[in-house]
Design a protein around this ligand. Sequence first.
Ligand SMILES: [Zn+2]
Ligand SMILES: [Zn+2]
Length: 346
Amino acid sequence: MKAVVYRGHGEPPALTEVPAPACPEGGAVLAVRATGVCRSDWHAWRGHEPVPLPHIPGHELAGVVAEVGAGVTRWRPGDRVTVPFVCGCGTCAHCLAGDAQVCPDQTQPGFTGPGSFAERVAIHAADTNLVALPDSVDFVTAASLGCRFATAYRALTAHARLSPGDWLAVHGCGGLGLSAVLIGTALGARVIAVDLSPAALTRATELGATHVVDARTDPDPATTIHTLTGGGATVSIDALGSPTTAAGSIRSLRRRGRHVQAGLLLNGPTPLPMDVVVARELELYGTHGMAAAAYPPMLTLVADGTLRPDLLVGEVIPLAKAPTALTAMDHPPTTPGTTVIAIEEP
Ligand SMILES: [Zn+2]
Ligand SMILES: [Zn+2]
């Protein structure tokens, strides 16, 4: 099969002929039809997080079941599916409770093993990790749910319990933050977007943000949010993952408000204003993707048009252009939106 492979961190990825994956027991091999290009893939390529070498990137995928392993009961070849970026083992207490996103024995295609910049990808514990796609959701849209959109959806619904009329502050308007803006708006919240980039703030407004705060010129976005909302945001999300945005998100909340830390804080322990957490009785959540078991309600909203992840898709490219798309992430993006690789049926 064809796949994008790099042999060492920072070494040029190339479209290469490699053996197709064997089907794991209890798992499935998918024919990949679409797969998102994500900054996490770039981080792994650059060596910011460990991956086995040589490596095939790609973790935001949708496709068709090509083969199922022994013991799989819920799936058969031909089924249209997507997969969360965290796949559970399927047998531990967390997986059995529907929380595969925190499985201690999790696998992540494109990180712990070969990913989906390929014509085929193997997925472990298929009965736990595959998600059926509604007929009306195309593969490119499904791939764009990726890690960002599903993470934002779970952050705002399962953790933050966002309700119509709530004030939602979104700190950082990259792919994850813009997903939060779009989802928050669709769920009836009033959304305030915070970013350093005028282009990101313009995009946030197009996707439904009612207010924007330019953190380049505003030294204290949290105070501005308190003024705009008459007391603070009900829900706030740090969608960037920095000490400044994490603390700013917490400070922007009203009493009994809820903060969700969705951006990864890769530099280790992060100081947070816990005095404010105590005084205002705030709730703090970490969020780490979304288990397959939690996808159906989100996909229902995608299928009926309430949620429009397709609005976040930028370029759609063939697999042959994936190496260039990955290495181009060395520089700021020149086109808006998520790049999605579409792979034609052979
Ligand atoms: Zn597990
Ligand atoms: Zn991703």
